[in-house]
Design a protein around this ligand. Structure first.
Ligand code: AMP
Ligand code: GLY
Length: 432
């Protein structure tokens, strides 16, 4: 089989790496890939949002399967476009990718189906939204309706902050049309976890739990990012909570969609807040998470391509997932300045020192690989906000932390920034 992976982050390097393990696969392309995917796949210089050229490329190369990493092409309808041409692709169609593409859509469907989520109101008008916030008080959460690269959610702890957020989204139009309407929802105090599941239209096949770390700094301080690290499994999701997530969230959603004549195919990711042992949905994503994928797929023993094909063909009821029992932990090495502005093109040192370490995996994100044609010497340069993911596997979480953080000591680039506390939140559950 020839497989095309769309995207260029750590998630996509991990997808390429896992797909490369499949005996079904002869050749992998990655559009547009990064300095890590280039060793396992042929990087193709087509943007993930250039659907027309991606369709053309898939036709020309007779691609057997396309796997989409990021949300924007899914929300834009890439699956419909590929399927119109008879091309096999993994992910939901446009009418269901809107679960991620519109927070209003997601909240309204959850409300209709009785899926636990924070109380909310939808606003189209700045003054009405402002009045609501002054009546409701803080903390409160303001969400731009549409896609905003993970930056469209503001947790406001003061009325001033809340008003600023409204201005940013509704008046200054920081996120463009994504801010034409907003969701304002009650703040939920608890601990976050992510559950991803393969859905084949009807059957739900959950993956191991994981926990992302969205804020930039240790102790969950600073602005939200795409994710600064993760681990799996997430001990906060015990059996009881896991069952509630399936029974109260995934099942009602998939059944409700089926009743509307809609069949979700792909990976569905529920971002959850666990509060007093009850799960609440913060968001749905219609794709693999980043960096959650980097801690989930190294634990998956199955052939990912087989699972993807079973999802597309509606036969997940015949698949059992088999997991490596160890903990997997990922720390993201980011560019100082991310998630705002940062410089690119800085040398990355030390990756060769960790490439052979046992139970350590390196997934590139914002990197490029350069090779000197004469000396054949290879070097990597920074090329994005999140630069490298260092992933480690170990029997217990503390050992996984030690492995990853000691590997990181070998790696350096100018302005490197990473969180030093990935995994700490889980320790309280493991000590009791
Ligand atoms: P979202 O993109 O909706 O998942 O929101 C991004 C982040 O904002 C989440 O990962 C949470 O950390 C935070 N957040 C979103 N909604 C709420 C809420 N209702 N209560 C508390 N924190 C929230
Ligand atoms: N880790 C958060 C996301 O993938 O949206």
């Amino acid at each position: 089989m020839k497989v095309l992976v769309i995207g260029s982050g750590g998630r996509e390097h991990c997808l390429v790496w896992k797909i490369a393990h499949s005996p079904l696969v002869k050749k992998i392309y990655c559009a547009c890939g990064n300095g890590g995917t280039v060793d396992l796949a042929e990087n193709v210089d087509i943007s993930p949002n250039n659907v027309r050229d991606l369709v053309r490329f898939a036709q020309e190369k007779r691609i057997d399967l396309t796997v989409v990493g990021p949300e924007a092409p899914l929300v834009g309808g890439i699956v419909d476009k590929f399927e119109e041409k008879g091309l096999r692709i993994f992910g939901p169609k446009k009418d269901l990718a809107i679960l991620e593409g519109s927070k209003v859509f997601a909240k309204e469907i959850m409300q209709r189906l009785g899926i636990p989520t924070a109380n909310f109101r939808v606003f189209y008008n700045f003054n009405e939204a402002k009045d609501y916030i002054y009546n409701r008080g803080v903390p409160i959460v303001i969400k731009a309706d549409g896609l905003a690269s993970g930056k469209g959610v503001i947790v406001a702890n003061s009325l001033e902050e809340a008003e600023k957020a409204l201005e940013l989204i509704m008046v200054k139009k920081e996120f463009g049309q994504a801010g034409d309407r907003i969701v304002i929802e009650d703040y939920l105090k608890g601990e976050e976890a992510s559950i991803l599941a393969f859905i084949d239209g009807k059957n739900i096949l959950p993956l191991v739990s994981s926990q992302d770390h969205k804020p930039l700094f240790d102790g969950d301080k600073g602005p939200n990012t795409g994710g600064m690290g993760a681990y799996a499994p997430a001990p906060i999701v015990g059996e009881d909570i896991f069952n509630k997530i399936i029974e109260k969230i995934f099942k009602p959603l998939i059944l409700g969609l089926n009743k509307d004549g809609k069949f979700y195919k792909g990976v569905l990711y529920a971002g959850l807040m666990i509060k007093d042992n009850e799960p609440f949905v913060l968001e749905f994503n219609v794709r693999f998470g980043d960096p959650e994928t980097q801690v989930i797929l190294p634990k998956l023993k199955n052939d990912l391509v087989e699972v993807i094909l079973a999802t597309i063909e509606g036969r997940l009821d015949r698949i059992n997932l088999d997991w490596d029992e160890r903990f997997c932990l990922c720390v993201v090495l980011a560019n100082g300045g991310y998630p705002s502005t940062y410089e690119k093109g800085k040398d990355i040192f030390g990756l060769e020192k960790i490439s052979c370490l046992e139970d350590i995996l390196v997934f590139h994100a914002g990197t490029v690989k350069l090779e000197d044609k004469v000396s054949k010497k290879v070097k990597f340069l920074t090329n994005g906000g999140r630069v490298i993911n260092i992933v480690g596997l170990a029997k217990d979480l503390v050992d996984a932390q030690k492995k990853v953080y000691s590997a990181i000591e070998n790696v350096y680039f100018e302005n490197i920034h990473y969180r030093k506390d990935i995994g700490d939140k889980a320790l309280k559950y493991l000590q009791t």
